[in-house]
Design a protein around this ligand. Structure first.
Ligand SMILES: [Zn+2]
Length: 440
């Protein structure tokens, strides 16, 4: 079954993802990537960068600091409005997000509205609530040696503002033509009241965002282009099944007030449909906020017409962990082979941590081991991501490589010593063919 528990179990068993600070009993809402997880995550992030940045003439990278001047979050509205409705049970002191434990209410629920739902405490079952409080989700810290209000800073709640605040530096230094995009990958932090669903709702997450600066009258065609490019990336490069992806046109009353169009790309996760990424037309909202807060002009001068205006922005934003889980859950397969269960990660080859596994048929035959090492070294020089396995029997090795998604296993046997051919076993079909070493 492709359920979340099976995937979490595989992740731990094979070294993809461990609970954060596991040795100390964990830390809620944090997860650590292990050796295999790092390889898969980097492949995902590198493919994104390659497709959206390196292969385009008008995309540029940014890598901004996680700690930013607190005025950033006043200008962006996060200080005032990046908040969830928090409610406390007076009986057992448990705290919850009100809109997550009661049905049919929104994030802007009032105390009266919440009490009218007669929700019982999920922990103790009583109905004795305190008032709804707005709980700001930014992580607060202090910068420097002074521990008072003057030194407060926040871990960034989104990477986008690190791009917007560098817009002026970029146009003043490389003066790109419109439309152009600034892309960033990095960590963002949200103090979720109740983190859950494995890596879907964690307190620390990777984001990959682009702010695409355009002339205001060109927003519709650019929006459509970015939407179809993102579908291409998710379906063709990440290998997500088309039928699991759904465009959700966010209705006007649910959009941010400045946005003229927002599409959420939803994905069928093992636990149900959830947002995978968002594409939002943000108009000139962010640059105008920065202009007001900083007193600096955010205008762009068109090189041909000499006209000046503040560019509008379209923002594709995707969470690394959300994409990682979409890739994993699409690849996770259980097959029944003669009453025996085979678990296999059918990852696209470009994402698989290892491309090949090389092993000698028997590890106690020095001539086989030596020949296998030779093949291993040759493939390693050519493909880099090649692993060696001489543990257990061949069946066990295949089983392990299937679970970590290695597309091809290569076995060196006694025939190899005679004719320089090897057995190549395919992960998805389990078919085995004989191939000469020179053809690998
Ligand atoms: Zn309670």
């Amino acid at each position: 079954m492709n359920n979340l528990e099976n995937i979490v179990s595989l992740c731990k068993r094979r070294g993809f993802i461990f609970p954060g600070s596991d040795v100390y009993g964990g830390m809620a809402g944090t997860w650590d990537f292990g050796p295999l997880g790092v390889m898969l995550k980097r492949n995902i992030m590198n493919e994104w960068w390659k497709y959206f940045v390196d292969s385009r003439d008008n995309m540029y990278g940014i890598d901004a600091a996680i700690l930013m001047n607190p005025r950033t979050w006043v200008a962006s509205g996060h200080t005032a409005t990046f908040a969830d409705p928090l409610v406390e049970c007076k009986e057992c002191k448990s705290r919850f997000r009100a809109d997550k434990i009661a049905n049919g209410i929104s994030e802007s629920v009032t105390t009266e509205e919440f009490l009218a739902t007669h929700t019982k405490c999920p922990v103790c079952g009583k109905e004795n609530w305190g008032p709804i409080r707005k709980f700001n989700m930014m992580f607060k810290t202090h910068v420097g040696a002074v521990d008072d209000d003057t030194s407060v800073a926040y871990l960034r709640p989104e990477t986008a503002q690190g791009i917007f605040t560098n817009y002026k530096n970029v146009i003043d230094t490389i003066y790109p033509n419109l439309p152009f995009g600034l892309a960033q990958q990095g960590k963002a932090f949200r103090n979720e009241i109740s983190p859950r669903d494995f890596i879907l709702r964690d307190r620390e997450c990777g984001q990959m965002e682009i702010e695409y600066f355009i002339a205001p009258n060109a927003w519709e065609e650019n929006f459509e282009k970015l939407l179809s490019d993102n579908h291409y990336f998710l379906e063709e490069i990440m290998g997500l099944p088309k039928e699991k992806l759904h465009d959700y046109e966010v209705p006007e009353q649910d959009r941010a007030h400045y946005s003229k169009r927002t599409v959420d790309l939803m994905f069928d996760y093992p636990n149900g449909e959830e947002e995978l990424m968002g594409l939002a037309y943000r108009t000139d909202f962010d640059l105008q906020n920065i202009a007001r807060e900083s007193g600096k002009s955010m205008e762009y001068r068109d090189k041909v017409t000499n006209e000046t205006f503040v560019p509008h922005v379209i923002e594709p934003s995707i969470g690394v962990e959300r994409l990682f889980l979409a890739v994993l859950s699409s690849a996770y397969t259980e097959e029944d082979t003669d009453g025996d269960k085979r678990i296999v990660l059918k990852l696209p080859e470009n994402l698989a941590p290892y491309k090949f596994c090389v092993s000698p048929l028997l590890k106690n035959k020095p001539e086989l081991v030596a020949k296998a090492k030779e093949v291993y070294d040759q493939l390693r020089a050519k493909y880099t991501f090649v692993t060696w396995d001489d543990s257990g029997n061949i069946g066990k090795r295949y089983r392990k490589q299937d679970e970590i998604g290695t597309p091809k296993c290569i076995v060196i046997d006694f025939d190899t010593l005679e004719d320089d051919t090897v057995t190549v076993r395919d992960r998805d079909t389990t078919e085995q063919i004989r191939v000469s070493i020179a053809e690998l």
